[in-house]
Design a protein around this ligand. Structure first.
Ligand code: ADP
Length: 400
């Protein structure tokens, strides 16, 4: 027998040509010794089967169950004696029973260890009629009574349920992404356009009636224009957030020194205006989307300059630290800091701690930062002390 387990004594008794049994085998072991060996070997085998964490069912060539373990009793809900001597088909769902003997014969014709039904979903039926999805490993095994098949059965109900849950979640996510995309589309066209018209016309009327307007009306119109401008900024940022990463992954080796240079270039007016000093250590190259990294650095750097106490000159330092399988980049400022209880919430959309009159903004910048970092498989957080300054850290793994 080619690739099958054997439960046989080392020297089994042989039949002599004259038809009588010899008392010793070819290795000189007595028949008694051979029987003992066989019994011992079988006991060991049964013990091994019994202690398996999987359900094990042993069936003879004709499909009769000859051995089951405790785990099989648990999995199928039968007592051992309800199974032994019965056709193994009793564990096969009704609709697959007619085809099963042919499959058994096929296995017996080419008996080798292999999983059953590769590429097919397998089911077994319990005593209470419940069908459980299973994985089955088949091993031919030479028993004293002849060639048997040992089936090792794993109940994969929980795994299947988890897979189904995952599939459902992924589908829901795809749906909500699609909705978000549609919303972004509506926001960009249908909302921005009327807003632009409102603002334009209020400014026009304001301009036309300039001299004729009393102070209260002028103030009221200024507020309307400011509100429209603010809403435009909100829609623009919201749109940037919604569309982020939609163009597909464009990860490449990205030199963070160049990225910081770009961000500083975009913030040049503000850097000059505030006299901010910005130092950066030698930064690494990251496997990242360069455009998104520039947006991330610009948001963090912009905040580091913006959230500075009145009368203080912003001083910002950007550095990097090597971690086990990622790089940690940090942006440290000498700004107003953040109360610890807000440290996580500031990464949520629209969450702002300071009045817009003091520090302009939409409250979306850090939500965008978080989305960018998560898109790269990393994490972002802040360590900060009120009045002392903040350090924003983000990690970018070597392999996204
Ligand atoms: P925005 O800058 O438009 O207000 P963000 O999402 O970038 O929105 O930031 C959210 C809030 O987090 C800010 O309003 C501010 O209260 C706080 N914050 C962000 N960066 C800093 C910083 N470097 N120092 C102090 N507070 C900060």
């Amino acid at each position: 027998m080619g690739h099958c387990l054997q439960v046989q004594p080392r020297g089994s008794s042989t039949r002599m040509s004259d038809g009588t049994d010899s008392t010793s085998g070819p290795t000189g072991i007595s028949a008694k010794q051979a029987e003992d060996d066989l019994a011992k070997s079988e006991r060991r085998f049964r013990l091994l089967v019994e202690s398996s964490p999987n359900a094990v069912v042993l069936a003879a060539a004709d499909g009769t169950i000859s051995l089951v373990n405790r785990q099989a009793e648990v999995a199928f809900g039968y007592q051992r004696d309800e199974l032994i001597g019965k056709p193994v088909e009793m564990l096969v769902p009704q609709r697959f029973r007619p085809g099963h003997p042919a499959l058994r014969a096929e296995f017996m014709a080419d008996p080798r260890q292999r999983p059953m039904g590769v590429g097919r979903d397998l089911f077994a039926v319990r005593k209470d009629g419940f069908e459980m999805p299973v994985e089955i490993g088949l091993t031919p095994i030479e028993m004293p009574e002849g060639l048997c098949t040992m089936a090792t059965i794993t109940d994969i109900t929980l795994r299947k349920r988890a897979e189904e849950e995952l599939r459902r979640t992924a589908a829901a996510l795809a749906r909500s992404n699609e909705e978000l995309e549609q919303f972004a589309h509506v926001a960009s066209h249908d909302l921005q356009e009327p807003l632009r018209v409102v603002r334009q016309h209020v400014e026009f009327v304001q301009h036309r009636l300039d001299k004729a307007l009393d102070e209260d009306t002028r103030q009221s119109m200024d507020l309307a224009v400011d509100a429209a401008a603010r809403m435009q900024a909100l829609i623009r940022d919201l749109l940037a957030y919604a569309l982020l990463g939609r163009e597909g992954r464009a990860f490449a080796q990205t030199d963070m020194n160049a990225i910081v240079g770009m961000a500083m270039g975009n913030l040049a007016a503000r850097i000059e205006e505030t006299g901010a000093s910005i130092r950066h250590d030698s930064l690494p190259g990251l496997m990242a989307d360069g455009r998104l990294m520039a947006q991330l650095m610009q948001n963090l750097l912009g905040n580091a300059i913006k959230f500075c106490a009145k009368g203080r000159v912003p001083a910002v330092r950007i550095g990097a630290r090597r971690e086990e399988r990622s790089w940690l980049i940090f942006v440290e400022d000498n700004g107003i800091g953040i109360e610890p209880e807000h440290a996580e919430r500031i990464f949520k959309m629209f969450y702002r701690l300071n009045p817009a009159s003091e520090y302009a903004g939409t409250g979306i910048g850090l939500a965008i930062c978080k989305k960018i970092v998560q898109y790269h498989g990393g994490r972002i957080w802040v360590e900060t002390r009120p009045e002392q300054g903040s350090t924003f850290f983000f990690s970018i793994p070597d392999q996204p």
